[in-house]
Design a protein around this ligand. Structure first.
Ligand code: ASP
Length: 437
């Protein structure tokens, strides 16, 4: 018998109807033995996610605002799920404990984690699987840093004792036993940890889309699905904003060489996307996907004979470090270098940065280009294939898009272009039409 680790996200655990779909999926393949679940998500547009309500509950309590009604709404959702699925896991009693802890000042992580905890209890009972709590198995150090190897050992040892188990996602514990969560969307990470710990053949991540699309469907109508993508390509695309999976979810599975299969709970017959450990695996096409991000600022720095000056770039980088600003790209010319920064990190620091750059680098001119966007065209299929850049640039030229910056990593797996934000969507459509449509 094989071993498949599955993670079902919030939309898959939203209500009784969805949880019944989980059961059908799990029963369809008996290898699906280890199931990680999220807290119930939205049941319909405008509905609330349990996790959001739990965070809200905590801030009400913290500010001494009345929280009883909110707690009741959350409780009723779980009571409703318990009744609908015909299981009895003592939800009412669990809420007495939660309320007691809330009154005693329980932290945000503890409260937020209760969504996954209760969801896993109910789903375990409904599937007839064992419930295995992640508390004490997913481990963090006293500074809140995740402990990868210790977790792998603890999870592996615990799960070996259960042929079939449901495990709550999103949280673990600090050395003192208190609850610590990952960042939002962190059940994806737990799924990957479980897959590694049990040596799964595949990590199935069940969500509400049938895998990754080659481009953002808000920009490209009906973009093609990606059937196979390498970890590296995914990293490039996710970095640029294509998000289906928490970015830290890739590492544990990758370490163990376990492929990740993104699947759709609402369309289980769709094969979804396989994220493969084989970095050379492709879909057969030259490009695998296009992703982009708006809201960048480029600082262009010019100094005559810059190219002969040792330490020039170092000085620029240390100024950025002083302002605590991560840099996206540093395209350079002979006597020019540009620094590309995401606006969200720049806040109102730009004026001071420019002043420092002038003072500390002796730059002759500094130009600021605001409202820039970056677009990454990614694909291992383009490695060593001549003409890819030519095709991309002509497509942009024909669409009337002015390219303000070009960057290609030495892996030749991506070409990043900087364009003005007003051209962002036109550029993505032009690239998609040239390579895919
Ligand atoms: N429930 C948590 C969140 O909404 C974690 C997760 O679903 O992955 O972020």
């Amino acid at each position: 018998m094989g071993v498949v680790a599955c993670k079902f996200g919030g939309s898959s655990a939203a209500d009784g109807l969805q949880v019944r779909k989980i059961r059908a999926i799990v029963e369809y393949n008996p290898d699906r033995r280890y199931i990680v679940v999220s807290a119930p998500g939205k049941r319909f547009d405008g509905d609330n996610k349990i996790t959001d309500m739990l965070y809200l509950l905590r801030s009400h309590a913290e500010h001494n605002a009345p929280y009883e009604q909110l707690l009741q709404v959350i409780k009723e959702r779980f009571l409703g799920l318990e009744a609908d699925l015909g299981v009895s896991v003592g939800i009412a009693g669990e809420f007495d404990i939660i309320e007691g802890n809330l009154r005693e000042g329980a932290g945000a992580d503890y409260l937020a984690s209760r969504g996954e905890y209760l969801s896993a209890k109910i789903i375990a009972a409904f599937l007839g699987y064992d419930f295995v709590d992640s508390a004490g198995l997913v481990l963090f150090n006293d500074k809140g840093k995740f402990l990868s190897e210790e977790t792998n050992e603890a999870l592996g040892a615990a799960l070996r004792g259960h042929e079939r188990a449901v495990i709550p996602g999103f949280y673990g514990t600090l050395p003192d036993g208190s609850i610590k969560t990952f960042t939002r969307g962190g059940s994806d990470i737990t799924g990957s940890l479980v897959a590694r710990a049990v040596g799964a053949d595949v990590y199935e991540n069940w969500t509400d889309v049938s895998g990754f699309l080659m481009a953002d469907p808000r920009i490209i109508e009906n973009p093609k699905a990606i059937s196979r993508i390498s970890y590296k390509e995914l990293r490039e695309l996710s970095y640029m904003g294509a998000s289906v999976l928490h970015e830290n979810a890739i590492y544990p599975a990758r370490l163990a060489g376990i492929p990740i299969n993104i699947r759709n709970t609402n369309a289980p017959e769709d094969p979804g996307t396989i994220i493969s450990a084989d970095d050379t695996a492709t879909d057969g096409g030259v490009i695998t996907g296009i992703a982009g991000n708006r809201d960048f600022t480029v600082i262009g720095i010019y100094k005559n004979m810059m190219s002969n000056e040792i330490g020039f770039i170092k000085r620029i980088l240390s100024i950025m470090e002083d302002y605590d600003i991560p840099i996206e790209h540093i395209p350079s010319g002979i006597d020019t270098v540009s620094v590309v920064i995401a606006d969200k990190f720049l806040e109102d620091k730009l004026g001071d940065i420019v002043e420092d750059l002038e003072k500390k680098t002796g730059a002759e001119s500094i130009e600021i280009f605001e409202n820039m966007s970056l677009i990454a065209t990614v694909g291992v299929g383009m490695t060593a294939v001549p003409g890819v850049a030519a095709k991309l640039f002509s497509a942009l030229y024909e669409a009337g898009v002015n390219i303000r910056m070009i960057d290609q990593g030495s892996s030749e797996m991506n070409i990043i272009v900087g364009v003005e934000t007003k051209d962002f969507e036109t550029a993505i459509r032009a690239i998609y039409a040239a390579f895919v449509a």
